[in-house]
Design a protein around this ligand. Structure first.
Ligand code: SF4
Ligand code: SF4
Length: 534
């Protein structure tokens, strides 16, 4: 049902004018005054019905990709809330009807309650469009943390388990799974806009004359300045070199560069969390620096910091308050979103128009591909591993103390590192070749020097510890857990063991675990049913 009809039905009033928003179609609705519930049980593109009037309503809606809010009971909406909604392109409708009445009216038109459950309120940037999903289970099979199930022919993502590797985004043949990113239209919300491109952007374009050509082409999309993410990477490389010199450090140290890997450690390898270097993501370091400098120059302007991101994981890592309390990044835009415009600008750019925007050397740029971070550490004793299965394998070896003589592990969830991120465009191997051209150019200019070192290493440190997230645990009580494991073993022994996926789980073992957790019954296994029926 389109918003225009909803407004008419509930005799409501749109609180700011927008023809686009009035034409938006909604199939689902969620009603709640508790924003924590909205975060738990909302499907993309739902309309929110609430009598709560504060800024948190808009923020929770933005996080859950809600594009329309109905404020019930004739509550007065203040200008701040309207402005916030407008900036985020979220429709705000007010009505004298009560929440109950609005629910009744919408239900009578066939609109339904959002069916997905994002358990535990964990933030994930991965969104599913149920209407596109055909239940083919491609995504279920590829997920490394078994976070997806198909029920009633629709995929469901358990946000608690999702480490945002982006594998499901890549494999879905219906494009039903997509990352939540900001659109470039948000540029107009700011007076002074700064782009921070991930280094992987340099791998996306072939035959670029120079790094400055590419950075200028990016700036011309509508930014006022550009700071490379690699600046932060160089600073962290410098600080990690100092860490490696310490006698009492954990052995080996693990990179904090890939947020998917950090999430994996949090849910599956809690014993290794102490090994992770204590620094913030490079982009956060650069964003803080860029904001500080811009605010000093333009104290009266509204500064907007845009991260041009290569993958989904970097997006929600920054949005999650758990890891970074106050992010300096305002908007996250995918590399794929800016790609066409940068390519068009590159074609038109004259050499005389190219600005000197590059501020880093090879050490920071190399972070975009596997091995780059390790190479910046002045040690041969490092392992660079990419691809989530390989990463899991290496971490298991560390846990089992089967990996000796290694000082540092650089681990990246995507094959090909950030150049292979789910929001990039170019084939990962071609991207590597394109990167090499840019890296060779930097090497010829600056050698192997680090061009950026931190004034104070403590400024690079994370605000909070990485915490264990026991989402895979069967029960808080160890004895109960052991009993449940026994029960899983018993059920597995009765199953055919062919991992057919018809039940919607990736494997028979995962199905048995679901049965023990109570989210499905054994009857969902058609082969077991048939055998028992004989
Ligand atoms: S891959 Fe997953 S989300 Fe995509 S259509 Fe198949 S079941 Fe649905
Ligand atoms: S992003 Fe990765 S971890 Fe998350 S649901 Fe998709 S495949 Fe699973």
């Amino acid at each position: 049902m389109i918003l225009k009809e909803i407004v008419r039905l509930i005799q409501g009033r749109l609180l700011y004018e927008s023809e686009d928003l009035l034409e938006k179609d909604y199939s689902y609705a969620v009603a709640s005054d508790l924003m924590s519930n909205v975060m738990l049980e909302t499907v993309d593109d739902s309309i929110l019905i609430t009598s709560l009037v504060n800024a948190q309503v808009i923020r929770a809606s933005e996080m859950m990709n809600i594009k329309g809010i109905i404020i019930t009971c004739g509550k007065t909406v203040n200008d701040t809330m309207i402005e916030l909604a407008k900036n985020r392109n979220i429709a705000l409708v007010e009505t004298q009807d009560t929440t109950f009445t609005v629910c009744g009216k919408l239900h009578s038109t066939g609109m339904r309650e959002g069916p997905l459950s994002f358990e535990g309120g964990q933030v994930t940037s991965i969104r599913l469009e149920p209407d596109r999903c055909i239940g083919c289970i491609h995504c279920v099979r590829c997920c490394p943390t078994e976070a997806i199930r198909v029920k009633s022919w629709k995929a469901q993502i358990n946000a608690e388990r999702c480490i945002e590797c982006g594998m499901c985004v890549k494999v879905c043949p219906r494009h039903a799974i997509r990352p939540e990113v900001d659109q470039l239209s948000v540029l107009e919300n700011y007076d002074y806009k700064i782009a921070i491109p991930a280094s992987a952007i340099f791998g996306q374009f072939k035959d670029v004359k120079s790094r400055n050509h590419l950075l200028t082409a990016l700036k011309r999309i509508g930014f006022d300045d550009v700071y490379e993410e690699a600046i932060g990477a160089e600073m962290i490389s410098y600080a990690t070199r100092q860490q490696l010199k310490k006698e009492d450090r954990p052995q080996p140290l693990i990179s904090s560069g890939c947020p998917s890997v950090l999430k994996l450690l949090q849910i599956r390898f809690p014993n290794l969390l102490d090994h992770v270097i204590q620094y913030r993501p490079p982009v956060e370091v650069v964003a803080a620096m860029a904001r500080r400098q811009a605010e000093a120059r333009f104290p009266d302007k509204k500064i907007g910091i845009f991260f041009i991101a290569p993958c989904t994981a970097k997006i929600s890592f920054i949005k999650e308050s758990d890891e970074v309390i106050e992010s300096d990044i305002d908007e996250m835009v995918a590399i794929s979103e800016v790609y066409r415009m940068v390519a068009a600008n590159l074609k038109q750019l004259k050499d005389s128009e190219v600005e000197d925007l590059e501020k880093t050397g090879v050490m920071g740029l190399r972070w975009a591909s596997p091995g780059g971070e390790g190479l910046a550490l002045n040690t041969d004793k490092f392992i660079a591993v990419d691809g989530i299965e390989q990463v899991i394998d290496i971490f298991e070896k560390v846990e089992e103390e089967k990996l000796s003589g290694v000082d540092f592990i650089e681990a990246e969830a995507c094959i090909g590192g950030c150049c292979g991120g789910s929001l990039t465009v170019e084939n990962v191997y071609s991207a590597k070749t394109n990167m090499k051209v840019i890296i060779d150019e930097a090497k010829a200019k600056y050698g192997d020097r680090l061009l950026n070192v931190p004034e104070d290493e403590q400024e690079l440190e994370r605000n909070r510890e990485l915490r264990y997230r026991p989402v895979l645990r069967l029960d808080e009580d160890l004895n109960v857990s052991l009993k449940k494991m026994e029960e899983i073993g018993r059920i597995v022994s009765t199953l055919p063991g062919v991992d057919c996926g018809v039940c919607g789980a990736p494997t028979c073992k995962a199905f048995a675990e679901d049965v023990v957790r109570g989210s499905i019954t054994e009857r969902a296994c058609i082969i077991l049913n048939r055998t028992r029926g004989r």
